[in-house]
Write a protein that binds this ligand. Structure first.
Ligand code: SAH
Length: 461
């Protein structure tokens, strides 16, 4: 480690910023997050700096003397003139100051990290100047991980520290805080119910223990496979889960986001296979939540599309357990994105229909003839093995054989494959290309195709 990270105490201290440039303004903006007194050294400060001086938030001086740098916490130099930068640097260092010459690491005593600010929680990321772009990308990842409301809860906990120290014996204090930072109060605060969070924490202090956790089930949409197509809420639920039930289409990368000590249960439902019958899954998730555990039922795509969520919601309701759906990106959305082809197109397709190739044994097939109308864009799930039937039903319903078709298998994963053809060739194309489930079959019946066919019919007559 060539540079050692430390947090500097800034309240009541001076920070000197030399230069009237945009770079100097950027450092001033950073320093304004602190309680430091700002001194801006510039004969002609740019407008933002001039405003800070004008409204009294910073003191402005036209030029620096050695006294300017005495007893200050930090000096930033960005005059836009290299010789001037070096002259000021020498003067500041002679006065004993810690200096940062903006964008000139070779002249710096200290570097500003990439910062994730959830005051009082602050994460600083440094790459010793080797890869600032990487530093920023790590910052983005940490930004995503930490709720914007985290700081508020930590500040609340900070205010209650003394009360906790008084009410909770030392031996149980650590467990108390662990429960506080994962428990009901924490979750209420992150969900925006700040008053409830404070009340829960105070109640816990009054009774001397963290409240019993209430069980909870989240039906979480895992998206089509790619981990970065998960929602932030899905990641949050994964990190809070005590136990996760997942099935075949959920990517292992997604499970990686869960807490390491969470239980993971594979309920590997194959399409049509019954190794884990639905009622067994319903019973299990309810039984786990009844123990006070936080259960995530991870489902591919969006739980509310061919996800059998209704059964699980009813089982939870019957047992009086809180349940929620965390929506996900459904396979059709991911497949459309891969093709760069929107699901609806103004003037061509004004109706988007989601349907399936496979139904529960004994159920009638969907009435596909109803979909075979001009202006309809269709996405068929679970339809690879039933492509012949889908094709036959649509043709019989009056859809032209020339309707464009796209097939996207394993959308958003490393195994993604596409094929484009027409309705007349749909089943043969799947056979020829060897396309396998999971895949989405898109069939479009654009209005312009209907018009063309009608015009051709008229000219033939
Ligand atoms: N709830 C899921 C659908 C579950 S049904 C969702 O919203 O996406 C299972 C079907 O989803 C598969 O047969 C296939 O048609 C589709 N599917 C799931 N993941 C897919 C993927 N990555 N690429 C293409 N199709 C997918």
């Amino acid at each position: 480690m060539k540079n050692f990270p430390m947090f500097l105490r800034m309240n009541g201290r001076r920070v000197v910023i030399c230069g009237g440039t945009e770079e100097a303004a950027r450092k001033a903006r950073l320093m304004l997050k602190t309680e430091a007194e700002l001194v801006i050294v510039a004969a002609a400060p740019e407008p933002e700096l001039a405003a800070l001086i004008g409204n009294g938030r910073a003191t402005g001086v036209a030029s620096a003397t050695p006294e300017t740098f005495e007893n200050c916490a930090l000096v930033f130099i960005a005059t836009g003139d290299e010789d001037e930068d070096l002259r000021l640097r020498a003067m500041a260092r002679a006065a004993g100051a810690v200096v940062n010459v903006v964008d000139r690491p070779e002249y710096c005593d200290a570097f500003t990290p990439s910062i994730v600010d959830r005051d009082p929680v602050v994460v600083a990321i440094g790459t010793e100047g080797a890869a600032p772009v990487l530093g920023r990308s790590i910052k983005t990842q940490v930004e995503v991980m930490l709720s914007p409301r985290l700081g508020g809860f930590v500040a609340l906990a900070g205010r209650l520290r003394d009360a906790v120290a008084e009410a909770i014996p030392q031996a149980r204090r650590r467990a108390f805080w662990e429960a506080a930072f994962t428990g009901a109060a924490f979750r209420a605060h992150l969900a925006g119910r700040e008053r409830e969070a404070a009340a829960l924490l105070k109640e816990a202090i009054a009774t001397g223990e963290a409240p019993e956790p209430a069980g909870h089930i989240a039906l979480v949409g895992a998206g089509p496979g790619a981990r970065d197509l998960l929602t932030l809420r899905a990641v949050e639920r994964l990190q809070q889960a005590d136990v996760i039930f997942y099935d075949r289409l959920v990517d292992p990368e997604v499970l990686e986001l869960a807490r390491r000590d969470a239980d993971r249960v594979f309920v590997g439902k194959e399409v049509g296979a019954c190794a884990w019958p639905q009622d067994k899954i319903d019973r299990l998730i309810v039984a786990e939540a009844s123990k006070g555990r936080r259960v995530v039922r991870l489902k591919s795509g969006d739980p509310s599309i061919f996800g059998r969520a209704t059964e699980e919601i009813e089982a939870a309701r019957a047992a009086g357990i809180e349940i929620e759906i965390v929506p996900g990106i459904t396979a059709a959305s991911a497949a459309a994105a891969s093709l760069l082809r929107p699901l609806t197109e103004r003037g061509e397709t004004d109706t988007f229909a989601v349907s399936t190739g496979t139904c529960r044994p004994g159920d009638a097939n969907p009435d596909r003839a109803r979909l075979a109308h001009p202006g309809t864009s269709m996405a068929f799930y679970m339809a690879v093995e039933k492509a012949g039937q889908v094709q036959g039903d649509l043709l019989a319903g009056g859809a032209p054989a020339a309707c464009p078709v796209d097939i996207v298998a394993s959308a958003s994963t490393v195994n993604e494959r596409h094929a484009s053809t027409t309705l007349g060739d749909l089943a043969a194309c799947i056979e020829r290309e060897g396309l396998k489930s999971p895949a989405i079959l898109f069939v479009r019946y654009p209005k312009s195709l209907a018009a063309q066919i009608e015009a051709a019919g008229r000219s033939a007559a």
